[in-house]
Design a protein around this ligand. Structure first.
Ligand code: LIP
Length: 289
């Protein structure tokens, strides 16, 4: 796809994200306004559905030949096609949205040949916009290049700010892999842990990836989230010099729809940090393709 076309798509996605942001900030639902999908912590609101409808209608009108994958209309088992596909999470951080915690984003990505090539992530509460086009760098508010500060070399996982998410699966193998690994990451070195500076859990995969792209978070590890949670953030992360590997040890080239992700920020020592992180993982995730 030509750069001019990617630029036009990027700008259009920003317009859509800002428009959706107005709907989201004026909705202000309470916990009572939420329904649930897979279980009682997998929340969805009428706003998620209305925003996705508005975005998909606009995208289909302007780009009728492109495919569309959205969180609220996803049919289980559908695989991402290699043709240009918009990958959309209308509200990433629905639980935060429902509780009125302003770490919420609209995540709009475009993938071509299964690779993210445009990413737009917008937090309408803080009015912070992250965006990228493959090969053109990543930016905050279209003006500040990411990462936001000179990347310091990384030597030891214990010196880093690590982000993880519990996700909505609360039982079974993958839940236990997370719980045991969290303990190991936080625990003291005397007891075999990594004793990371912090183990943060903010509730929006897209914003977490933008945090790693910005260089404020050093590492983000999650399994169980979906392509719409990460497509836009992955485009931004890569353009900011970050890397994305598999949340399970050993695979340096995870697929966009693989549902297992480990992101490390720009900076010398990235690969060593991946190896160190993998060495602390307790078990292997079963989720993913
Ligand atoms: C959420 C993610 C979060 C993850 C949850 C969920 P939603 O997206 O961004 O990081 O842990 O499982 O997928 O449901 O708010 O769009």
């Amino acid at each position: 796809m030509e750069l001019d076309e990617l630029r036009e798509i990027h700008d259009f996605l920003i317009t859509l994200a800002k428009r959706a942001g107005e709907t989201i900030t004026s909705a202000k639902p309470s916990t009572g306004a939420a329904g649930s999908k897979k279980n009682s912590v997998d929340l969805v609101t009428e706003t998620d559905q209305a925003v996705e409808k508005a975005i998909s209608t606009s995208l289909k009108e302007k780009y009728p030949s492109f495919s569309f994958m959205g969180e609220e209309t996803y049919e289980p088992g559908t695989r991402l096609p290699p043709s240009p596909t918009f990958i959309v999470d209308p509200i990433d951080g629905t639980t935060n949205f429902v509780h009125g915690y302003p770490y919420v984003s609209i995540s709009l990505g475009l993938a071509v040949n299964l690779q993210p090539v445009v990413g737009v992530v917008y937090n309408p509460f803080t009015r912070t916009l992250y965006s990228a086009i493959a090969g053109q760098g990543a930016f905050m508010n279209q003006s500040e290049r990411l990462p936001l500060r000179e990347p310091e070399p990384m030597h030891d996982l214990g010196e880093l700010q690590v982000c993880v998410e519990w996700g909505s699966d609360r039982s079974g193998n993958d839940f236990h892999v997370k719980a045991h690994t969290f303990r190991r990451l936080a625990g003291s070195k005397e007891e075999g842990g990594a004793m990371v500076h912090s183990l943060r859990s903010f509730g929006s995969a897209a914003l977490n990836l933008c945090g790693v792209a910005s260089g404020n978070l050093d590492v983000y590890w999650e399994a169980g989230c979906w392509a719409w949670d990460v497509c836009a953030g992955m485009a931004i992360l890569k353009e900011a010099g970050g890397i994305m590997v598999d949340a399970n040890p050993g695979n340096w080239d995870p697929s966009l729809e693989g549902r297992r992700y480990l992101a490390v920020r720009n900076g010398e020592g990235q690969k060593e940090i991946v190896e160190q992180f993998w060495s602390h993982i307790q078990g292997r995730f079963e989720v993913g393709v």
